[in-house]
Design a protein around this ligand. Structure first.
Ligand code: EPZ
Length: 435
């Protein structure tokens, strides 16, 4: 069966309301966190994504009973049968590495393959490993497998060289089962870290300071099950806002927690967009008089999120003037640049900074996505372009966005997945005219 292609007929204005799903990067961490207690947990507002399904398979392989009904996920980790995750699954889902902390708490042993790199960088786990060793675990890496053991975990003071989201989450979870107090300094402050802390506290964990750069955890002997609702996905929300901005549209999205989007909202307003809070937890975006060029530097939260870098680059590509976009979090997160240039963008990369010269319009073209957020950026570029854009490698999109195409169609966009060629009649001629 040939892989489907997403065909997008650009130039349509969007309107209406789009629903924001639960946060992928929170739900994945919470799934690992559920391992901390032998009692069942129920998670609400879980997005239906390939990554969630994969994480469920990894947990099921350890003996966890996993059941997803709509957006409700039931996890029963009462009978763990294995503390190992298979390489073929971990290599596809880095977040599965987060299970290492909870497994050490529950069973004192964990064997998790090194997640390996991906399209955006090497993505080592040295901060996770060094922190676990400070908590008293012995860790050695053999044949690409991280073997961790801990007859008991003891609270410690841990300073993270970099405010890594994953390392903060791994160590916070491990510390809930360590004897005494753990302090994590230079911790990641992302909302997903705070959401995981709130979930663990609902299970009885003693955690203070999550969401700041210093987190204090006092170990407790046993956590209990709980029900919990995942926060809205701030990156999906930001992606929808950029889709509206790129097509000069006025739309409303929700639910959102505006606090989680401060950096993205500020940058979009700097580019000339009007964004205002309407009703409860909803945002409305509408076009301004101009589309100003801006400079962007991705930073750990509360800075501008790296997961919004590719999307905002599309806006910069059709802005009036020149923008400089610096990616400081990952070493190789510019793979969308050559694809955008195929659509008529004028972007050059100099020493890790994308120099973007605004052009009046992009033109539809066949493009290929390389990672999750690059895929989203190419969809946005297709919505803004004249003519038809064909996006391949849709598996990246399916990992992180719950029915993005359906949400965009609901706003009036013309896009369709197909394995039998372009579904838009006469589109080829349109594309030729656009060139
Ligand atoms: C989380 O990845 C997210 N994934 C990423 O989202 C997100 O881009 C990233 O945080 C930054 O916000 C999940 O939550 C599942 P990091 P994570 O550890 O935890 C280096 C998406 O598109 N580092 O904060 O892997 C690392 O190489 C994905 O939804 C070490 O050097 O990110 C990177 O350069 C992509 N050693 C930087 O820190 C370590 O031990 C940030 O990585 C760990 C990380």
């Amino acid at each position: 069966m040939p892989e489907p292609t997403l065909y997008i007929r650009g130039g349509q204005q969007l309107s209406g309301y789009a629903q924001v799903s639960g946060a992928k990067n929170s739900a994945l961490a919470l799934m690992a966190g559920a391992l901390l207690s032998p009692e069942p947990c129920r998670l609400h507002n879980v997005p239906r994504l390939v990554d969630i399904q994969r994480m469920g398979e990894i947990l099921a392989g350890m003996g966890v009973k996993v059941a997803l009904h709509g957006n409700i996920l039931d996890l029963d980790p009462s009978h763990l049968t294995s503390c190992h995750a298979p390489y073929e699954l971990v290599s596809q889902l880095r977040a599965s590495f987060f299970a290492i902390g909870p497994l050490l708490v529950r069973r004192g042993v964990a064997r998790i393959p090194l997640p390996g790199g991906c399209a955006i960088g090497a993505r080592p786990v040295d901060l996770h490993v060094r922190g676990l060793q400070k908590l008293g675990a012995t860790v050695h890496i053999d044949g690409g497998i991280v073997n961790a053991r801990a007859s008991k975990l003891t609270g410690a003071r841990i300073y993270l060289d970099y405010p890594s989201v994953g390392a903060t989450e791994t160590l916070m979870m491990a510390a809930t089962g360590a004897q005494g107090e753990t302090i994590i300094e230079n911790a990641a402050q992302e909302p997903e870290v705070a959401d995981l802390a709130n979930f663990c506290r609902a299970m009885g964990a003693k955690i203070r300071g999550a969401g700041t750069n210093t987190i204090e955890i006092v170990g407790t002997p046993r956590l209990h099950g709980t029900e919990y609702t995942v926060i809205p996905d701030r990156i999906e929300a930001g992606t929808l806002l950029v889709a509206a901005a790129a097509t000069r549209s006025t739309i409303t999205i929700g639910p959102v927690i505006p606090e989680h989007l401060r950096a993205a909202i500020a940058k979009l307003q700097e580019m000339g967009l009007n964004i205002r809070e309407v009703g409860v937890n909803k945002l409305e975006i509408s076009p301004g008089e101009s589309r100003r060029a801006v400079d962007v530097e991705t930073l750990p939260y509360p800075g501008f999120p790296t997961d919004m870098q590719a999307q905002v680059m599309v806006l910069a590509a059709i802005a009036e003037g020149d923008s400089a976009i610096a990616e400081t979090v990952f070493e190789n997160r510019m793979n969308h640049v050559p694809e955008l240039n195929r659509m008529g963008a004028d972007i050059r990369i100099k020493k890790g900074v994308a120099l973007v010269r605004g052009v009046s319009a992009l033109s539809g073209a066949p493009v290929a996505s390389t990672d999750l957020r690059a895929a989203a950026a190419l969809v946005i570029a297709g919505l803004a372009a004249q003519g038809v854009t064909e996006v391949k490698n849709l598996q990246h999109l399916d990992r992180g966005y719950e029915d993005l195409e359906g949400k965009l169609r609901g706003l009036g966009a013309q896009l369709q997945r197909s394995t039998e060629g372009c579904p838009f009649a006469g589109a080829a001629a349109e594309s030729r005219r656009a060139v």
